[in-house]
Design a protein around this ligand. Structure first.
Ligand SMILES: [Zn+2]
Ligand SMILES: [Zn+2]
Length: 144
């Protein structure tokens, strides 16, 4: 029996076996690194996930099932997008009376005709009612 086994395990078979073992070992290490890196990028706890990923393959598999769905950088981008939209909205206002969206330069609400801003006597720019000076031409605005 031993003879058959030693005949089967030729140096070639041994080498092939070693290569497979090394490949599995590398795959295992890469899976740990991937879990730590990915959990860090997703804003999860990389230490806890790193420990879980030490369980060969099951750990990394569990992580890939349970990881947070969004990358942290994606999340930042979404927040930035949201803030930009908010700022875009700030460029416009809405009529205090009817809520119609009005642009900053509107003197009057196009829908209900409410006076929104005062007009600069000199340059004609729209002025907020609480401004004391026109920021466009530096003319003092007469307080009413
Ligand atoms: Zn209005
Ligand atoms: Zn002016």
């Amino acid at each position: 029996m031993e003879e058959i086994v030693s005949q089967l395990i030729t140096p070639e078979v041994k080498t092939a076996f070693m290569v497979v073992l090394i490949l599995i070992g590398v795959l295992y290490l890469v899976s740990i690194i991937w879990v730590i890196r990915d959990s860090y990028l997703r804003g999860s706890n990389p230490i806890i996930w790193g420990i879980i990923s030490l369980i060969p393959f099951i750990g990394a598999f569990a992580y890939s099932m349970l990881r947070p769905p969004m990358l942290l950088s994606d999340r930042d981008e979404q927040e930035l997008d949201f803030m930009l939209k908010q700022r875009e909205l700030l460029k416009y206002g809405e009529c205090g009376k009817c809520g119609y969206p009005v642009e900053r330069e509107y003197l009057m609400c196009p829908r209900c005709g409410t006076q929104l801003k005062n007009e600069c006597q000199r340059c004609g720019h729209a002025l907020n009612p609480d401004w004391t000076v026109c920021p466009f031409c530096t003319t003092r605005v007469g307080q009413r």
